[in-house]
Design a protein around this ligand. Structure first.
Ligand code: SF4
Ligand code: SF4
Length: 343
């Protein structure tokens, strides 16, 4: 049975969040060793978000860890869709605007999201997964995940933060089974930027508009963010919620392979949609607190159970988030049985 450390927080303030960082850090003080290189996986929040992970809490944790281990930095990867988080440079600026100014940030998949390594997992959906290449620089991870609802997966927390979050653009395309990219001819002006960037020569401009040869396309996702006119569309939703959640869990499996990882789930400002949602959202339930564990399955299960005390999240999102918990457990990533240890 896995241990879940639980710090209840009802009325948060900057002081309480800073103190929470110190108290949670005590829980994993023996887990990370002096020789470890620890990537702290966070999500900086989409443009306009005000309910994303608290930089005050993360800063508090970062400063304690920094003094203990050989190397640590915040780590992230680019997103697939067009926006500030499509490129490392603009993503970094957004992170700073959201208060993440206190630590170095490593974008593991490079400036354009196309640097990755393949990690062999040999599972049902994937034999290999494509993870941001910079992961090779870290033997350890601390995943600090903001628990939210999610329109495609029911909820997002530890499994999704590292599974989807650390996939390169090609990995994210693969998880979303969204290879059949489409060009909106009403938006395309035939500038050719996408064709110049395409590594497989899959884009032609013979008709004055971009055309993607699906047989040549290798699904790297670069053209999506290269287009200044947002003309290349991702055909979201090809896959079922079950398939998507299973794929995310398999990606998490690749990230965890051979890497020591600790998990912190933040159950504050819980919104119906995840932090990739552009603009402001309102929390849908009262704050609960912060959980910590070395078990990715148990911490997500405990988070769902605690949220359900207040409100059936599944009923709001219409998707059963337990699919990812059950599948991650089946993959051997952790166990669903846990005991809560109150801090
Ligand atoms: S996703 Fe396909 S078409 Fe787009 S840049 Fe990559 S290989 Fe080329
Ligand atoms: S970058 Fe965009 S606008 Fe330019 S050719 Fe490609 S799809 Fe068309």
């Amino acid at each position: 049975m896995s241990k879940i450390y639980f710090l209840e927080i009802k009325n948060k303030s900057d002081e309480i969040l800073e103190d929470a960082g110190k108290r949670i850090s005590e829980v994993f003080s023996d887990f990370f060793k002096q020789e470890d290189k620890v990537g702290i996986k966070v999500h900086f929040g989409e443009e306009g978000s005000t309910t994303h992970l608290s930089p005050i809490f993360v800063k508090s944790v970062y400063h304690i860890l920094k003094d203990k281990v050989k190397k640590t930095s915040l780590v992230e990867c680019s997103v697939l869709y067009k926006g500030k988080r499509s490129f490392a440079s603009s993503h970094k600026k957004l992170a700073e605007e959201h208060g993440f100014t206190f630590a170095p940030i490593d974008f593991l998949d490079g400036e354009k999201g196309d640097k990755d390594i393949e990690i062999e997992i040999n599972k049902k959906h994937f034999k290999k997964v494509k993870i941001g290449k910079g992961i090779e620089n870290f033997n350890a991870l601390l995943a600090i995940s903001h628990f939210t609802g999610h329109g495609g997966t029911g909820y997002g927390a530890a499994v999704k933060n590292i599974g989807m979050g650390l996939g390169s653009k090609a990995g994210k395309l693969e998880m979303h089974k969204a290879f059949n990219l489409e060009v909106d001819e009403n938006l395309c002006i035939g500038c050719g930027s996408c064709a110049e960037e395409c590594p497989s020569g899959a884009i032609s401009l013979d008709t004055g508009k971009a055309k993607i040869d699906r047989l040549k396309c290798i699904g790297c996702g670069k053209c999506i963010s290269e287009c200044p006119y947002d003309a290349i569309k991702i055909p979201w939703g090809d896959e079922s919620a079950k398939e998507l959640q299973e794929k995310i869990a398999e990606y998490a499996c690749g990230v965890l392979k051979g890497r020591k990882t600790y998990f912190v789930n933040v159950l504050l400002d819980i919104t119906e949609n995840c932090d990739c949602f552009r603009g402001k959202q309102k929390p849908i339930i009262p704050d609960i607190g912060i959980l910590a564990s070395d078990d990715i399955v148990a911490i997500d299960k405990a988070s769902l159970d605690l949220v359900d005390v207040d409100e059936r999240l599944t009923e709001r999102t219409g998707i059963d988030g337990m699919i990812q918990v059950n599948y991650a457990s089946k993959l051997g990533l952790g166990e669903k049985e846990y005991e809560i240890v109150r801090l």
